[in-house]
Design a protein around this ligand. Sequence first.
Ligand code: URA
Length: 435
Amino acid sequence: LAGFVLAGAKSTRLAMESFDEARMRRAIETKRDGAALHASDWEAMIPAYLSARIGDDQMAAMLMAAVWRGLTLDESAALTKAMVESGETIAFPPGTFVVDKHSSGGVSDIVSLVAVPLVAACGARVAKLSGRALGHTGGTIDKLETISGVRTALSRDEFVAQVERVGCAIAAQSDRIVPADKRLYALRDRTGTVPCVGLIVASIVSKKIAGGAHAFVFDVKCGRGAFLRDSEAACSLARELVAVAGRFGRPARALVTDMDEPLGHAVGTGIEVIEARDFLRGPARDERVRALALRVAGEMLSLAGIASPEAAASRALDSGAAYDKLVEMIEAQGGSREALEAMTHPLNAARATAPRDGYVTEIDATGLGNLARTLSEREPTAGIVTAVRAGDRVERGSLLATAYGSAAAAAPLAAAFTVGDQKPEPRPLVYDAIA
Ligand code: URA
């Protein structure tokens, strides 16, 4: 954590006695009244909470005050530092430069499964600690675990050694990494205090710093299928992620990208692995997935100092080197090429068709994410494959999407699509880029 700088905090430093209920009450009152807390308060509060010197009641009040009043950048950085220090951190050997990427959560978001091997195939090292599904959004760990034999619970040593040997690894975050986030996130979930830019920044950046990478790309999703629907909030999250990572001496970039409809066509867990596999194997590739995967990979390669990054990524994709790297990573984690290539969706299917002629005006990504989650909880490769994008012209009876799995049904699937007379305005894929 050397290099951590607190820039001129206009904050109120509370008395330096050990952090107890009385000091926490004063801290809550300070935040409630709109002032910023001093770094030392955040740094003392987190260990006090983890060691039960202050309880959930006071921490919940503090979180709600943070939601209402917001956190300054100094406060987010101080909270991030305290959270990193709550657990173990991973370190790579000197001379090994490692990049990582993080998505704020989306539907049919296969970018991690594509970009991680793609970047490694270009010669950069990628170390990715991932999470599980959150709400309607998919989790990369749940997806990887649908490949027979694949292990995601790697020890610190296994993780570091695989990144050195293969060039990339995707592992589940252990409970020993940022334990404060696990406790705080569960409390935020219970108390309606998730939507606060400063708290989200501390939660995400602390896990990235503890994961040991030296530079990060953040893919901040925005739109109806994202946690942040509003582009202004997404841009401010993107700016703060980059700024707080910078306080720890980690160069970072953030892209604010569209999540108004699913990114790819497959929605689920194993079914998204199948889509990522087929995308990397080619030759047919969805244009929207290709554009975002190359952009994210390009930013990661640029941070790793690789020349002509997007051209290098494009070559690695088209030559099949990225697919071979995916297979190598899967084999290193206990899976096999045969298991990956044998994956297929269940036979039982239900089809949703257009009720009339017109344009697809809206695709409810959140609804599809929830439906796919229910399906894939029963069978790992069950889920949904969409056949259209917003703006597509359809005729009555045209296929909109297919649900696969024993519980597949057409009516709830059809409800996720709106067909109207007016062709919707095309939306950009990338709204903003912050370096
Ligand atoms: N994802 C995280 O990891 N943390 C948050 O607070 C929100 C999304």
